[in-house]
Design a protein around this ligand. Structure first.
Ligand code: N01
Length: 544
């Protein structure tokens, strides 16, 4: 059986960063990746229009000033192919591939209490023993498709946005359906609309969206960013979202309607997600939120010609940004085209798939291709795919049957020497995930260094610390509007999933301080053992 110090699961941005950091620290690291190449979600989400809605300069690694200086982003918001080129460049530049095994899916990981190591088994029958198990499996990687009756009877092509095929998908002359209007559906709609003969978008919930304000990066802009990249990073690390927007102390309710309109207009045309931070209380107070929501509704109204469509496309019934808003490039305008139709599934639900297409309560639609942009089993889906078995046979699925329980989103009691990167309990999807990823991995590396220096072999989150962290997550989210609606933040995206708010809403800056304080306190809330606890238990039993 192969033996390594750190076994990393997943070769996306997090897995590669973990490999780089732990290898630099002298550890023997192995990354296993189920897919044939690196990139994680960016490998799989190759749908048309896929691009990041965090600015390229911020959605990139900060660990190497040389890398920062050498890499030249072409657009303010990078497309999926450009992001893949970037991550491939990083992998080659730092010689990361030699420690990655592709086409290797972890089926289970079992904690061997006697040796304080993990034994990882893969689909191909391989076993690896590791001191530390690092789960870098992403939050948006377990795709989710509704299981409609007749699904397998459909004669055309069925594609999921999050598992986009590698062959060229041709829409020309075709009748295409997109089910789902989250970020993926909204990004692909304008592009497919231009190529397909006819496009039907099946919408269940109208979503708020902000224009991407994308543009090519000029040489001048590139030089300006690179001249003070550190300061830009500092701003990101010390901002609430990891996007670098400075704290705003003004309430949306303390300014005149005219000034508010001007501020929203300026943010609308340039800031993408930053729009949500125009005033500090947009996500805290319903009345403040209403002002932003109303501004967006007016914007939608100004670009959609047909009044009935306009009404259907207008988000109602949930506060702006309490569900993840999109950042789009011409989504609403697409519905002015003659070849684009909106099918409102609340008004007329999908009854079944047929060999020819989809039958809703109202009518039968014929399609050549149906695209599921129906999202993911978020946060826990990918962590539950393999069986992770900790102390005393406890499984992660059982441990989290009522929702994720963690200390700082990083460690779980009964699962010693296992770290979760940007999973539940961390700022994760409420932040620029790149910032949170690097922050957590560097912190974990510090923890492992401490263990090495003092001869500890086992680290484990303490149940009491998990309770305190869980309470803190709940206290912080109660200050916001996140709980006022169903969303994938609180498990509503999968029927039967525990309704628990999963990410940490206290912000990147606050989280960073908490991690720092925890480290200064000797990693409070974690227990460390120099001999595996199981052996100590046996020794004390022998004495009785
Ligand atoms: O998934 P989603 P996504 N019948 O869960 C609908 C990141 N991302 O792939 O809202 C009909 O947001 C569902 O309807 P409802 C980003 O974090 C980033 O679009 O549940 N419809 C919803 O409209 C994003 O938030 C980028 O009522 C059904 C949609 O499917 C996350 O990934 C780009 C349905 C799912 O939306 C996920 O985005 C893309 C059903 N049975 C993604 N089931 C960028 O960085 C679900 N839906 C730009």
């Amino acid at each position: 059986m192969d033996q390594v110090d750190v076994l990393v699961v997943g070769a996306g941005f997090a897995g590669l960063r973990a490999l780089y950091r732990f290898r630099s620290q002298g550890h023997k690291v192995l990354v296993i990746e189920a897919s044939p190449d690196i990139g994680g979600v960016w490998y799989h989400n190759g749908y048309p229009g896929a691009r990041c809605d965090v600015e390229s300069y911020d959605y990139s690694y900060s660990f190497s000033p040389e890398l920062e200086q050498d890499w030249r982003w072409s657009e303010r918001y990078a497309t999926q192919p450009e992001i893949l080129r970037y991550i491939n460049h990083v992998a080659d530049r730092f010689d990361l591939r030699r420690d990655i095994q592709f086409n290797t899916r972890m089926t289970n990981a079992t904690y061997d209490e006697a040796s304080a190591t993990w034994v990882i088994a893969t689909e191909g029958g391989k076993s690896v023993r590791a001191k530390y198990l690092m789960m870098c499996v992403g939050q948006l990687s377990a795709t989710k498709s509704p299981n409609y009756p007749g699904l397998s009877d459909f004669k055309g092509e069925v594609i999921h946005s999050g598992m986009w095929p590698k062959h060229k998908v041709d829409y020309a002359g075709k009748h295409v359906a997109i089910i789902g209007t989250g970020s993926s559906g909204m990004q692909m709609t304008p592009i497919i609309a231009k190529e397909a003969k006819h496009l039907t978008v099946f919408q269940r919930t109208a979503n708020f969206s902000i224009p991407a304000a994308n543009a090519p990066v000029t040489d001048e802009e590139d030089r300006a960013v690179k001249a003070s990249y550190r300061e830009r990073r500092e701003r990101a690390w010390n901002s609430a979202t990891g996007l670098g927007f400075m704290p705003n102390k003004t309430s949306a309710l303390d300014v005149s309607a005219e000034d508010r309109e001007k501020a929203y207009e300026a943010a609308w045309n340039r800031l993408g997600f930053g729009f949500a931070l125009t005033y500090f209380d947009i996500l805290l107070k319903k009345e403040a939120n209403d002002t932003a929501a109303e501004f967006i509704r007016k914007k939608i109204a100004s670009v959609v010609d047909d009044p009935v469509l306009r009404d259907k496309l207008t988000p109602k019934g949930h506060p702006f940004a309490a569900r993840r808003p999109s950042v789009d490039s011409g989504y609403f305008q697409s519905f002015n085209r003659d070849n684009v139709e909106l099918a409102d599934v609340r008004e007329s639900p999908i009854v079944e798939f047929t060999p020819e297409g989809i039958r809703t309560q109202a009518k039968s639609h014929a399609f050549d291709m149906i695209i599921f942009a129906t999202g993911f089993d978020v946060f826990t889906g990918s962590l539950f795919k393999p069986d992770i078995i900790g102390r005393h046979g406890m499984t992660l699925k059982k441990k989290w049957a009522d929702g994720p329980v963690t200390h700082l989103g990083i460690g779980v009691s009964d699962f010693p020497n296992m770290f979760i990167v940007v999973g539940p309990g961390s700022p994760s999807l409420l932040s620029n995930v790149m910032v949170s990823t690097e922050e957590q991995i560097d912190w974990m590396a510090g923890l492992v260094q401490k263990m090495q220096s003092e001869g500890s072999v086992e680290v484990e989150a303490q149940p009491e610390a998990e309770k305190i962290w869980g309470q803190h997550i709940n206290d912080r989210v109660k200050e916001t509007l996140y709980l006022s609606t169903d969303s994938y933040y609180n498990g509503a995206e999968v029927q039967g999933k525990p309704r628990v708010f999963m990410p940490y809403s206290g912000g990147v800056r606050g989280y960073r301080r908490i991690l720092q304080r925890c480290a200064e306190e000797g990693y409070s809330g974690f227990s460390f053992n120099k001999t595996p606890a199981a052996l100590e238990d046996t020794a004390s039993l022998a004495k009785v």
